[in-house]
Write a protein that binds this ligand. Structure first.
Ligand code: ZN
Length: 411
């Protein structure tokens, strides 16, 4: 994807402003870069990436690029892996985010007649508030549930006739299973599900869609860049449209950092175009996807990326083979009787790496036969011999937050 003339001007303006702001991360980072000498796409692609660790290293407000008086809100990444990242927003940033989120709802065919049941968390994390602000801008009724308390979720869903469910895929699945268990499916009015951008497979997608009776949409975003809402898929096709009037997106080889041609899988790198509070230039998201070169049949010209296939940090190397969560999903979805839920344990025993793949299965099938099938399919598709272990449906942990499925116990 090439920078348009307008995007190029916007990028240069963002870089200059960030570099000039005293104490900003880019003041030091770009000290030796003459921004006026950046004239072409090739020049732009030589600018160093911005890494998550750099944002951590300037905690709390070292990525702020406007005076304190212009900041109206902050959000923070969850910080499960150490120091959190704080993102300051100006009034315009908050509005821009709501505009993008509203556009997401509209792209999914959601209107002001809808009742939007919002289960992502409110607070420091960007999720809940983003879903809410976009909903209010659209003019639909927001039902601001936040996560947890399944009884209340289902009661409100029935009593208020929620038509849209916003959730992570694992929480949507949990709710679908609870609704099924309670036999209240015919009292549920959901039509659409807007599901957060974690990678989730087709089997899980089908289960949620069938059990809840909804059309599902993938919404994309990350706290560092506004939050969820910078892209969503349309009613015509699975890849997500990305709002390129707010962000510029590149796909790079995560190992070499080279920009890849459209259509090739790699890591998403994002540059904000109009962000005031915390501009980010060439920010490495660690999400893996690809740019779809073809135009969408819906007629919108916003560029598209494929569904997220994994995280470059989730990639594990076992006996010299690179394994992505997306590959595991792909193996499981082709075997009848096997569900989408899985967990991987990687251990080092007697001088050898051993990968055990736990998967949920329908107990109506033979455990031995399914394990053999999973093992053989994995060997063929991924090129690795594993220990397959079938367990009953519901046995593996579900969580309301993004589930962790690969556990590397070797180090
Ligand atoms: Zn489309």
């Amino acid at each position: 994807m090439k920078l348009s003339e307008k995007q190029f001007e916007q990028v240069i303006r963002q870089m200059k402003r960030a570099k000039a702001f005293k104490g900003n991360l880019y003041e030091k980072k770009y000290a030796d870069i003459d921004i006026d000498s950046i004239k072409t796409q090739e020049d732009f692609e030589k600018i160093p990436f911005t890494e998550k660790d750099e944002l951590r290293s300037v905690y709390p407000l070292g990525i702020q690029a406007v005076p304190d008086s212009e900041i109206v809100r902050i959000h923070s990444s969850s910080g499960t892996t150490g120091t959190p990242i704080i993102i300051p927003y100006t009034k315009k940033d908050v509005e821009d985010w709501a505009i993008q989120f509203c556009r997401c709802y509209e792209t999914a065919g959601i209107t002001k007649e809808d009742r939007i049941h919002i289960t992502p968390g409110y607070g420091l994390w960007t999720a809940g508030i983003g879903f809410q602000a976009g909903c209010e801008r659209l003019g639909a009724m927001a039902i601001p549930m936040g996560p947890g308390n399944t009884d209340k979720q289902i009661k409100m869903m029935i009593d208020l006739k929620s038509t849209v469910l916003c959730a992570t895929s694992s929480y949507a699945l949990l709710l679908a299973e609870e609704i099924e268990k309670r036999g209240v499916r015919n009292q549920i009015h959901l039509k659409k599900g807007v599901i957060g951008s974690e990678r989730w497979g087709d089997t899980m997608r089908k289960r949620i869609a069938n059990e809840l009776g909804v059309e599902l949409f993938d919404i994309y975003g990350l706290t560092e860049i506004y939050g969820p809402g910078i892209g969503i898929n349309c009613t015509k096709d699975a890849p997500m449209h990305i709002w390129d009037d707010y962000i510029y997106l590149e796909i790079i080889d995560p190992k070499t950092g080279k920009v890849l041609p459209d259509g090739e899988n790699g890591e998403i790198v994002i540059t904000t175009l109009v962000k005031e509070g915390a501009p980010l230039i060439r920010y490495r998201t660690h999400d893996l996807s690809r740019i779809i070169p073809e135009k969408c049949s819906c007629g919108m010209t916003y560029p598209r990326i494929d569904r997220i296939i994994g995280r470059s940090d989730d990639m594990v190397k076992v006996k010299g083979v690179n394994i992505y969560p997306g590959q595991i999903e792909d193996v499981l979805k082709h075997i009848e009787g096997v569900s989408s839920e899985y967990q991987v344990m990687i251990d080092h025993m007697n001088g050898k790496d051993i990968m055990t793949l736990f998967f949920e299965m329908d107990l109506g099938y033979s455990k031995k036969a399914l394990e053999d099938a999973v093992g053989a399919e994995f060997k063929t598709k991924v090129g690795l011999t594993i220990v397959p272990m079938g367990v009953a449906i519901g046995e593996l942990p579900r969580s309301e937050k993004k589930s962790r499925r690969i556990f590397d116990n070797r180090y």
